[in-house]
Design a protein around this ligand. Sequence first.
Ligand code: NI
Length: 177
Amino acid sequence: MARLTILEHPDPRLRMQSQPVLAFDGALARLVDDLFETLYDTRGIGLSAPQAGVLQQVVVTDLSDDASAPEVYVNPELMLRSGLGLVEESCLSVPGVVGNVVRAARIRIRAQDRAGELFERDLDGMHAVCLQHEIDHLKGKLFIDRLSIFRRLRMRAAEAVRSRNKGESAARRSGTG
Ligand code: NI
């Protein structure tokens, strides 16, 4: 097993569509194991393969406190959603940002397990929120895209200031104006 490097926004690979998994083989098993190792290492509740630069439709989750509830979703699809709620989210690929997004309170998901077996599951609460967040990753979407327009404008302004400061300090270091 190996701890994978998690890509961070604005890495363009986080914006790409992931491909369906067709082969349920040793390579997939290794990817799933590595995603779990990375998830547990970062103390997250969910992780998608594209966050590790692997553009395949694979998601792992564990919503327990003690790594006792690992779940694998290969080629996941949202079948039903109902109820809406505002939920506070963050993302390993967008460090330092927490924001409220609208999510369905209950979902039905269809996916395959690591052996390729098809299953359907009804999820609610954080479980439902987590899967919606991870399925967004498979489509190249980040939770910050779902923040209010005001919040996104504030973020963009903060990013501009940060990159300007970075440029200034680099200029000072190199002794140029
Ligand atoms: Ni995320």
